[in-house]
Structure formats: C-alpha cells, structure tokens
Design a protein around this ligand. Structure first.
Ligand SMILES: C[S@@+](CC[C@H](N)C(=O)[O-])C[C@H]1O[C@@H](n2cnc3c(N)ncnc32)[C@H](O)[C@@H]1O
Length: 186
C-alpha cells in the first residue's frame, strides 16, 4: 500500500453485476472456460456471492477463481464455495505480523492465515498463496513459505515484484528465480 493510499474508483465507474454477467456470458459462449475475479479486492463487493452464483451457472465455465487479500474472506468462504467459487489464490507477502502491518498499513495477518486454513478445511486443493518477493523485505522467509506446503494442500507462487505507482519499486529489490531455488534446495 503506497504511503498516500490509493484512490478508490467511484462506484458508478465499476461494472455492475449485470454488466459483469453479460460480459462473462459473451466470453464463455465464445469458448472461455475459466474466469478469475480479482481487483481491487473482489471479496468486499456486497454482491460477490450473487456474482459467483450467476457466473458458475454459465454453461461451459469450468473454473471460477478469485485472487483476494484474504482479510475478510474466511467468514464468506463457505457461502462463496456454495455459490460455485472453485479455485482460490490468497495474497500474502510475509508470515511476520509486524511486517504485514508495515507493508499493508493495516492489521489483519491473523485473518489472512485463518482464511488460508478455512480454504484448506473447505477442501480447496490446492490453495494458492501468492507471495511477491522483495529483497530485504521477505527474501529471508522463502523457506518458511515453502514449509507451509509440507503438510497442507498449499501451493506457494513466488511472484516477481513489479513497478506500480508509489510502490517504491527498485531493481535491487528483485530476487532472481535461480536465487530463490538455491535458497530452497540448500
Ligand atoms: C493487485 S492484487 C488484486 C487482488 C487482491 N486485492 C489481492 O490482494 O490479491 C492481484 C495480485 O497482484 C499481486 N501484486 C500486487 N502488487 C504487486 C507487485 N508490485 N508486483 C507483482 N505482483 C503484485 C498480488 O500479490 C496479487 O496476487
């Protein structure tokens, strides 16, 4: 989260539920069989359950996925699953609560962990955890993230840190794939 926060898109500029379903219907009837809800933060939309239900009823759609920050997901997940959400990516860049608060400028690390565990308990397999790797911030946690996958159906996806407005991107923060692999196999 940039220091100045982010400007929220005004509601009238967001796709309405009808527009989302209409667009999705056009794509699915043309052969698309996977839709991912992302954002912004999809789980905070008040009509997210309805959207999932309608999308999952589109004939030909096989995968309805969501990428979420996981903060408010835990409680909503059983209903979302009933509404047809069948694949889940939860973003989490650190396993250290204080670092989480520094990075996201909010509390909530425990709730994200609860969401990951709720997803496992509900039978999501795999539960994908998206971790953006930044040198000097979380590259010392690579093996702890890998450890998460030892006994649970969790896949960790290490993602290259990309420059977005205000996120203090710097080439020195990139960690090459070979270095990550080296840390894991050592
Ligand atoms: C922008 S988020 C939007 C969805 C949702 N709010 C979330 O947090 O997952 C989608 C994905 O982008 C990733 N992401 C965010 N900032 C990034 C960056 N600077 N470089 C690479 N990936 C990034 C997140 O880890 C997440 O997996």
């Amino acid at each position: 989260m940039p220091a100045d926060g982010v400007e929220l898109t005004p509601k009238p500029s967001l796709l309405s539920q009808n527009e989302i379903i209409r667009l999705a219907d056009l794509f699915v009837s043309s052969g698309v069989d996977k839709i991912r809800l992302t954002g912004g933060e999809p789980s905070i939309r008040k009509d997210i359950e309805d959207i999932c239900l309608q999308l999952s009823n589109l004939k030909g759609l096989k995968t309805l996925a969501m990428t979420t920050n996981g903060i408010t997901l835990g409680k909503k997940l059983p209903k979302l699953k009933d509404c047809g959400l069948n694949a889940l990516n939860i973003s989490l860049d650190t396993l250290v609560p204080a670092k989480f608060e520094f990075m996201t400028r909010r509390k909530g690390h425990g709730r994200v962990m609860e969401s990951i565990n709720a997803a496992v308990d509900l039978g999501y397999d795999p539960v994908k955890v998206n971790c953006v790797v930044m040198r000097g911030f979380n590259d010392d946690e690579i093996c702890d993230f890998v450890e998460l996958t030892r006994y649970k159906p969790i896949n960790v996806r290490f993602i290259e840190f990309m420059p977005f407005d205000g996120n203090v991107w710097n080439v020195k923060k990139l960690v090459p794939y070979s270095e990550l692999l080296d840390k894991v196999v050592r």
